[in-house]
Ligand binder design. Structure first.
Ligand code: TRP
Ligand code: SF4
Length: 330
């Protein structure tokens, strides 16, 4: 336990139940990192509020659903600190203090900001809070002096931005308060959605992590295969088939066999799908069972979170003393 390599922090916005894209794009990596690093996993509910401020009443339920998914997939509160951002007010204080030294131009050039503003969703995102999103994220990371942050590629500019803010703070106040966190890119696994686009809540094409095992075959049947295959013995191209992309994740051991059989038209798509469903069921059923157990005791989840937030606050308080002192507020 004490031999851990360094501190890791990562987070997710609570948007409700997670899907297989979240599992293989992030969560699976987090679970692995727990043994090597001292991990902090942040439920970024204030970040959710930067865009969903009109639907704020959903956030609480979304937090609970997300924690259930985290725990049932193997995030272990004995090994890692799992906490809710809004329980640790130091995030807000650090965000404020960092805002004093952050040039507007740095925030303006963050790509996610520019992209989001252009999305025609009808939400007004020209807000002060949304503009500061990456700085709030920087505060999340720096508060725990994280050495590294495991994220998907889309978040890499935010970690780069965090490094710049850390450097500027250390330089201005002439003390090495913050380490510059490294980016750990999550191992990339392609997870297509039911319609063969990237799996994403906004495309409405997801399979939830908590899908009941008996519903897996009907979901898999909806997935798109090589559209060029009409008859069972037409030669197929697995590279354009989302079923094959899933075999890659759930059924490594038979991959080359399936590829050959598909290319030679020796296996029908129905059979190939049934085969996949079986593997998905054996992978996801234990997660489902564990979640069902955890769901029975909502109080226990609240207690776990309260304890996690307590631990997070202890660490945050120490950093904030250093920060206030470096600035000269003490
Ligand atoms: N912005 C991240 C996302 O949308 C979520 C997040 C909030 C985060 N705080 C973080 C990720 C700190 C890494 C570190 O996915
Ligand atoms: Fe896809 Fe399998 Fe059909 Fe080939 S046989 S197109 S891999 S579902």
């Amino acid at each position: 336990m004490s031999e851990k390599k360094g501190v890791i922090l990562s987070g997710m916005r609570p948007t409700g139940k997670l899907h297989l894209g979240n599992l293989f794009g992030a969560l699976e990596n987090w679970v692995k990192l727990q043994d090597e690093y001292r991990c902090f996993f942040c439920i970024a509910d204030w970040h959710a509020l930067t865009t969903a401020y009109e639907e704020s009443l959903n956030i609480k339920a979304n937090v609970r659903e997300m924690v259930l998914d985290w725990l049932s997939c193997g995030i272990d509160t004995e090994k890692s600190v799992v906490f809710k951002q809004s329980d640790v007010k130091e995030h807000a204080e650090l965000h404020l203090l960092l805002s004093m030294i952050t040039p507007l131009s740095w925030l303006e050039r963050v790509p996610t900001y520019k992209e989001q503003l252009q999305q025609p969703e009808g939400r007004n995102l020209a807000t002060y809070g949304f503009f500061g999103y990456p700085l709030l994220q920087a505060a999340d990371i720096l508060l725990y002096k994280a050495d590294a942050v495991p994220v998907g590629e889309d978040q890499a500019p935010h970690i780069e931005f965090t490094r710049e803010v850390a450097r500027r703070f250390n330089y201005l106040y002439n003390q090495k308060v913050f380490p510059e966190p490294a980016t750990i890119l999550n191992e990339y696994k392609l997870v297509p959605g039911l319609d063969n686009r990237k799996m994403s809540k906004s495309y409405n094409n997801v399979i939830e992590i908590s899908v009941p095992p008996e519903e897996i075959p009907s979901q898999v049947r909806k997935m798109i295969t090589d559209p060029g295959r009409i008859r069972k013995n037409d030669p197929g191209n697995p590279q354009i088939c989302s079923i094959y992309a899933f075999h890659r994740i759930f059924n490594q051991q038979e991959l080359s066999k399936i590829e050959a059989a598909c290319r030679e038209g020796q296996i029908g798509c129905v059979e190939c799908k049934n085969n996949l469903s079986g593997y998905m069921q054996s992978y996801l059923a234990p997660i489902f069972e564990k979640r069902r157990e955890l769901e029975k005791d909502p109080q226990a989840i609240d207690d776990l979170l309260a304890k996690g937030s307590e631990k997070a606050r202890e660490v945050a308080a120490v950093t904030m003393q250093e920060v206030r002192s470096a600035i000269g507020l003490l």
